[in-house]
Design a binder for this molecule. Sequence first.
Ligand code: NDP
Length: 277
Amino acid sequence: MATILDGKLIRDQILSELKPRVAALAAPPQLVVVLIGDDPASQVYVKNKIAACAAIGIKSRQLSPPASISTEDLLTLIRGLNFDPEVHGILVQLPLPPHVDAGRILEAVAPAKDVDGFHPINAGRLLAGAPGLRPCTPSGIMELLRRYKIPIEGRKAVVVGRSEIVGKPMAILLLQANATVTICHSRTVNLAEECKRADILVAAIGRAEYIGSDHIQPGAVVIDVGMNRVSGRLTGDVDPEAMARLSSAYTPVPGGVGPLTIAMLMANTVQAAENAG
Ligand code: NDP
């Protein structure tokens, strides 16, 4: 029987460990979330992030400039937050409206307050193995693997997806934990064959249940990052039946990776506040 890797359980552990760190600070950490437009999924994510802040004593503020805001005006807003000593974390909820230059906005966030870990300085520090704020989803997956005592060193890890926010940083973190890492993407030839070599398979592609029994080595650990809405239902990138039947352990969707992402956002905010103190 495959072990279900319970993201909510690990999220609760992480959050309860953060509470005393928050309490030990001279002033509460503060996270500012910038949400532009009325994308329903973004609104739900932001609501969940703000609720998580409240649960552990992090102060949070939501800024909702109009969808018509220009790149320049948004840059001015971000710079103001960079200089506000009471703000420790700045999160710009993606996606941004198409007329806004997302790259310039993300680069404008002070690296010390970049709790999403998306700034090129933090990406570079990750690559160099230097301390810095790490992207939340991959660092949450590393926490999950660590806390479930899943061995990584010397094992073959395959990451499907090479985005800046999930696939690439995931591969680097697994490499730093001494896995032998393969990164696959949309141009990979014979994806199933590559995936089937994995002791640890991470699927982060954004295609509902695309990874099936042909891709999973019996006994592999499967991490399903996907969050796809199909007829109103949330599904992962991996066929849940194949995962349950073939893997030794897997993350369900929902209740797997999603909760960890928010927990690590909280961890990054606390870390940023501690660093600032
Ligand atoms: P992106 O769209 O940015 O990247 C998708 C990656 O998958 C690309 O590298 C792409 O390859 C690759 N890909 C697409 N189709 C295939 C295919 N048929 N075969 C192999 N590789 C393919 O997505 P994200 O990384 O942002 O997100 C991935 C998934 O994870 C989404 O479902 C997203 O909703 C979810 N997600 C979940 C989070 C959570 O907290 N649970 C957090 C963030 C994301 P190429 O580069 O060649 O185009």
